[in-house]
Design a protein around this ligand. Structure first.
Ligand code: PLP
Length: 226
């Protein structure tokens, strides 16, 4: 846990850029430490872990689900989640809408795009996403609110490549805004940037940076992250 890093990052954010503190795998005490410094937005990548933390921690925390979401896990988070960054298929969005109806909520969602070179990362391709947005049934999804886009750059030291990938995501954002959301003020978020690349993401127009290890320290995994 590095509170100095937390404050340095917070202080470096331009106006209009918000920090999602990514607390996945980290204990609740660490979340409380940041909470006591004023942090309110936390991100997790697993629905069940998110639910457990939600239950134990203060209710004014805004919980963001940032990792790949399976349809059978939506039920764990639908009652309370503040934003889902990882909508990567039409199927998933429809299911999220169903759960939102069940709880009488409108769930804020971001459309995740595949912008990295790695095959393993999740996300829409632009064509696929436009097919969804052009589908007449899309308009019937009244309990999801599309607030923007999300993407992860390649894991690389090549700064130009990272710039290019975030730039592409920003272009997708602009295109979708013009074509589908021009009269919708809620469509305004560009979720991009992690510990290693958030300064580049900010240069490319990020509004939500998702920073974990730079604040909480390295994570220990038994398996590979997605
Ligand atoms: C883990 C994770 C992050 C944070 O990664 P760090 O490198 O620890 O900052 C951001 N976004 C997503 C989708 C993640 O899974």
């Amino acid at each position: 846990m590095n509170l100095q890093a937390y404050h340095n990052i917070k202080d470096s954010l331009p106006e209009g850029v918000r920090l999602v503190a990514v607390s996945k795998t980290k204990p609740e005490e660490d979340i409380m430490t940041l909470y006591n410094e004023g942090q309110r937005i936390f991100g997790e990548n697993k629905a069940q872990e998110l639910k457990g933390k939600y239950e134990h921690l203060p209710k004014d925390i805004e919980w963001h689900l940032i990792g790949h979401l399976q349809t059978n896990k939506i039920k764990y988070i639908a009652p309370f989640v503040s934003m889902i960054h990882s909508i990567d298929s039409y199927e998933l969005l429809k299911e999220v809408n169903k759960h939102a109806i069940k709880h009488g909520r409108v769930l804020k969602c971001l459309l995740q795009f595949h912008i990295a070179q790695e095959e393993t990362k999740f996300g829409f391709l632009l064509d696929e996403c436009e097919a969804m947005l052009n589908d007449p049934d899309f308009q019937e999804l009244k309990n999801v609110q599309i607030c923007g886009v999300m993407g992860m750059a390649s894991l690389t030291d090549n700064q130009e490549q990272i710039h290019r990938e975030f730039h592409t995501l920003h272009e997708y954002f602009n295109l979708l805004k013009d074509k589908y959301f021009s009269s919708n003020p809620d469509f305004k978020e560009l979720s991009m940037g992690m510990s290693e690349d958030y300064p580049i993401a900010i240069e490319e127009g990020s509004t939500l940076v998702r920073v974990g290890s730079a604040i909480f320290g390295a994570r220990n995994y038994g398996k590979v992250e997605n």
